[in-house]
Design a protein around this ligand. Structure first.
Ligand code: 13P
Length: 248
C-alpha cells in the first residue's frame, strides 16, 4: 500500500514569522491521516524542525547539490539538509529547470545525492503548454522520467511529482481525464522499468491544487497525493487539502 503524501513547496517564501502557520497547521491536525511534508526555504528548515516538536510533519529541502561538500558558493548539499532536520528533498522542479537550466541528467545526479544521504527525493516532471499543444505531453514526460529517475531508485526513496508547467501558479488545472492519463502512463512506465517495485512509487499531482479542487484530484487512480505551492503557505488552505487527502 502506498502511503498518501500531502507535500507543500513554499518556494522562495517564508520568514521566521511564518512559523506561526506551521504551528497552527499542526495544532489543527495532530494526527493528519496521511503523510505531511513541508519544504520551506532552507533558512527555515532547522527552525521548523524545532517548532514542530513531536508532530510527525516531515521537512524537506527544495534542491540539493550533487556533491556532499566543497567549493560551491551558495549551494546546499543533501547531508546539510539532513543535518538541518530534513528527510526529503525536491529535485528537478520546473522552476529550477527553467531558472537554472537544470537538465534531466543533473536532476538524476541530485536524486542520487539525495539517496546517498538518506533523503527521499521528490523528482518533478511536467510538460510546458507548447508541448501539450503539440501533442507531445507523454513523450516529454516519458523522456524526463527515463532520464531523471536513477536506476537504483525505489518506492521507499523516490516520489514522482507530475507538475504541468502551465498549471503552476496560474490557477489553471488539467481536467481529471488529463491528470489520470499522465498518472496512468507514469505508473505503466515505472512498472515496465522497475517491475513490481514500480507499483510502490508514490505519484503526486502538482499545479494550482487548492481546497476547492483537491477532493476531485485525489479521487483519481494513481494519484497518491499532491505537491502544493501557493496553497501550502496558509494553514487553513493546506489543512483543508490534507483533510481531503486523508478522506480520499
Ligand atoms: P502552485 O500550487 O502554486 O500552482 O505551485 C505548484 C508547484 O509548483 C509546487 O511545486
Amino acid at each position: 500500500m502506498r502511503r498518501k503524501l500531502a507535500a507543500g513547496n513554499w518556494k522562495m517564501n517564508g520568514v521566521a514569522a511564518d512559523l506561526a502557520e506551521v504551528k497552527a497547521l499542526i495544532a489543527a491536525h495532530p494526527e493528519p491521516g496521511c503523510e505531511v511534508l513541508i519544504c520551506p526555504p532552507a533558512t527555515l528548515i532547522a527552525q521548523m524542525n524545532w517548532a514542530k516538536g513531536a508532530h510527525p510533519l516531515a521537512l524537506g529541502g527544495q534542491d540539493c547539490h550533487v556533491k556532499a561538500a566543497g567549493a560551491h558558493t551558495g549551494d546546499i548539499s543533501a547531508p546539510m539538509l539532513v543535518d538541518a532536520g530534513a528527510s526529503h528533498v525536491i529535485v528537478g522542479h520546473s522552476e529550477r529547470r527553467a531558472d537554472h537550466g537544470e537538465t534531466n541528467s543533473e536532476v538524476r545526479a541530485k536524486a542520487l545525492a539525495a539517496q546517498a544521504a538518506g533523503l527521499v527525493a521528490v523528482i518533478c516532471l511536467g510538460e510546458t503548454e507548447a508541448e501539450r499543444d503539440a501533442g507531445a505531453t507523454l513523450a516529454v514526460i516519458g523522456a524526463q522520467l527515463g532520464a531523471s529517475v536513477p536506476e537504483s531508485a525505489t518506492g521507499a526513496d523516490t516520489v514522482i511529482a507530475y507538475e504541468p508547467v502551465w498549471a503552476i501558479g496560474t490557477g489553471r488545472t488539467p481536467t481529471p481525464a488529463q491528470i489520470a492519463e499522465v498518472h496512468g502512463f507514469l505508473r505503466a512506465e515505472l512498472v515496465a522499468r522497475f517491475g513490481p517495485e514500480g507499483a510502490a512509487f508514490r505519484l503526486l499531482y502538482g499545479g494550482s491544487v487548492k481546497p476547492s479542487n483537491a477532493a476531485e484530484i485525489f479521487a483519481l487512480p494513481d494519484v497518491d497525493g499532491a505537491l502544493v505551492g501557493g496553497a501550502s503557505l496558509k494553514a487553513a488552505d493546506f489543512g483543508a487539502i490534507i483533510a481531503a487527502l486523508a478522506a480520499a
